[in-house]
Each structure stands twice: as structure tokens, then as C-alpha cells.
Design a binder for this molecule. Structure first.
Ligand SMILES: Nc1ncnc2c1ncn2[C@@H]1O[C@H](COP(=O)(O)OP(=O)(O)OP(=O)(O)O)[C@@H](O)[C@H]1O
Length: 289
């Protein structure tokens, strides 16, 4: 069962496009959307929520086409934190609570009060006087206070201090203890995603490079560090090299273990790669060795 399904989704801006994007977010999972600045993460999340119209393709959210009339009901079950979707500047959290009580049929004052307390947020301060971290926390408190089944979080942890990020990641993990609950989140802070996600979807220049289970991904991709002069002695299937980083003293190769041939003799020297290594080296690509 998929909580979100994008099929052949395309969007054309003047200087950027998303082409035929296929993305599946399995129910009960935490999926991290990673990619460089301008890779198309926010565009994708906005299209899922209909905050931005796609040019073509289909998007299903919790089993409903997001262009169908019933999508309004689905929105009730989705908690959203989009980067700039802030509340009116002059409203206090207390007023926001009153307004949202009438917006969400399943609004839960106890849950909201719980998160206000948990996040140490003030009820009577106007939204414009909140710090960035407080604004993010308030959005998250709202997202978690109407019995959502799906959370869509765009950069919910960026710009926040490590303690608050940890707090937010804990809450996300807690949320997915219920197997019907799903989270799709984007973040620049790849280590946050590495910690909490089940799957990683990597967008690069508007294209999905891969979407894989995190553990399998980190098992499959390895780093081979060698001195530049050792390059010519290397016996390795070129197709197994997925990226490279060259400095004066070392060459780092991102190696896909699954694509190594039996005659390759590099197994002993392969080191574990972090998710950040995989992203950076893949983005750099491979020049002829
Ligand atoms: N309304 C728009 N009109 C024209 N171009 C746009 C519009 N919105 C986004 N873009 C372009 O689309 C590209 C992708 O932007 P997007 O915000 O989706 O990237 P992102 O991966 O979320 O980046 P970041 O990590 O920096 O937030 C960028 O080149 C951006 O300039």
C-alpha cells in the first residue's frame, strides 16, 4: 500500500524542469527526500499538496487523486510543514488554535496543548515575533494536532539547533510507531535523514536518481580511497564506479558493490560510505579514470 504515488509527473519552469517523476512512499515508512539546492524537492512536495499545479502525470495521496474533489477530505488527514506556509503574522498561537479548531474536523486541543508544552511555545505572543525554530515547532504542533495519517515536512529541521532537531526527529519516529502513519520529509541535513529514514529518495536536477531502503543503500555503496598513482593498477568494473572525488593526494571512488565483477580485487579496501558521501560523489559523477 502506498501513501503517496507520483506517476510520470512533470513540471516545467523557465530554467528548471521535473520530468516524468515516479515516486512511491510506502504506508508506514519514513521517506527522506534529499538533493542539492534547487534539485526540485520543494516543487515536488508542493505539487503533492496541490500548492503548485503539475503540468502532467498523476499524484495519488492516501489513495485519492489529488485533483479529485475528495482530495479536500484527504487534506484533513495530512499534516504539512512547508517552508514558507506560515500563519498570519499578527495571530497568536492561541488565536491560531481557535481558527484551526474550525478548519480541521479532527482537531485535538489536548494534542495541541501537549505539543505547545513539549516545545515550550508561548500562547500569547504574535507569530511574527516567533524565532525561526519556534515557527517550525508551531507548524509541527499544528501538523500533529488533527490526527493526521501522513506528515509532509519540507526542511522542517533546517536552521534549528541540534537539540531541537533531535526533539523533532524523536517526535517523527514516535509518530510512525503507528504502522498506518507515514512521513515524507526533505532536509539539507543529510545526517538527520540517515538517522531516521527507512527509505531515501535522491533528487538531482529534477530527476529521481534512486529511491532505496536506507540500510541496503549504505550496504551497497562503498568508498575506495587510493593514491592517484594507483589508479592505473586498479582492476575494477567501470560500471561499478558511481562517482568520484579527486584531490592532489587521493582519489575517492564511490563503488556499487552489487556491480563489481568476480575478477575485481578491491573488496578488502572498501570503506563504509555515509549518505552524504553517496550524495556528493554521485552528484559529481564520474570522469574517465
Ligand atoms: N514559481 C517558480 N517559477 C520559476 N522557477 C521556480 C519556481 N519555483 C521554483 N523554481 C525553480 O525550480 C528549481 C527547484 O526549486 P525547489 O525549490 O523545488 O528546489 P529545492 O530542491 O527545494 O531547493 P532548496 O534545497 O534550495 O530548497 C529552482 O531552480 C527554482 O528556481
Amino acid at each position: 500500500m502506498q501513501a503517496i504515488e507520483l506517476t510520470d509527473v512533470s513540471k516545467q519552469f523557465k530554467n528548471f524542469s521535473i520530468n516524468n517523476l515516479h515516486l512511491r512512499v510506502p504506508t508506514g515508512s519514513i521517506v527522506g527526500l534529499v538533493g542539492e539546492n534547487g534539485a526540485g524537492k520543494s516543487t515536488t512536495l508542493h505539487m503533492i499538496m496541490q500548492a503548485l499545479k503539475k503540468d502532467s502525470g498523476t499524484i495519488y495521496v492516501l489513495g485519492v487523486n489529488n485533483e479529485a474533489d475528495e482530495f479536500l477530505d484527504v487534506k484533513q488527514k495530512v499534516g504539512v510543514v512547508l517552508d514558507e506556509a506560515y500563519f498570519p503574522e499578527t495571530l497568536t498561537a492561541k488565536r491560531i488554535q481557535v481558527v484551526l479548531r474550525n478548519v480541521y474536523t479532527a482537531w485535538d486541543d489536548d494534542a495541541f496543548d501537549y505539543y505547545m508544552e513539549q516545545f515550550k511555545l508561548p500562547y500569547n505572543q504574535v507569530f511574527k515575533d516567533f524565532s525561526r525554530g519556534m515557527k517550525m515547532k508551531l507548524q509541527l504542533a499544528v501538523a500533529l494536532s488533527h490526527h493526521a495519517e501522513l506528515l509532509i515536512l519540507d526542511e522542517a529541521t533546517s536552521g534549528l539547533d541540534p537539540m531541537v532537531r533531535e526533539e523533532i526527529l524523536d517526535i517523527i519516529n514516535e509518530f510512525t510507531r503507528d504502522e498506518r502513519h507515514t512521513v515524507l520529509l526533505s532536509s539539507h541535513i543529510v545526517s538527520d535523514l540517515e538517522k531516521s529514514c527507512d527509505y531515501i529518495a535522491f533528487l538531482h536536477q529534477g530527476r529521481l536518481k534512486f529511491m532505496e531502503e536506507k540500510d541496503g543503500l549504505l550496504e551497497r555503496f562503498r568508498l575506495l580511497k587510493i593514491a592517484p598513482e594507483e589508479i592505473n593498477d586498479l582492476t575494477i568494473n567501470q560500471a561499478a564506479i558511481k562517482g568520484q572525488r579527486v584531490s592532489r593526494y587521493a582519489v575517492e571512488l564511490l563503488v556499487d558493490k552489487a556491480a563489481l565483477s568476480s575478477s575485481d580485487t578491491v573488496f578488502g579496501d572498501l570503506e563504509k560510505a555515509t549518505l552524504e558521501d553517496v550524495m556528493i560523489l554521485m552528484t559529481k559523477g564520474v570522469k574517465q579514470l
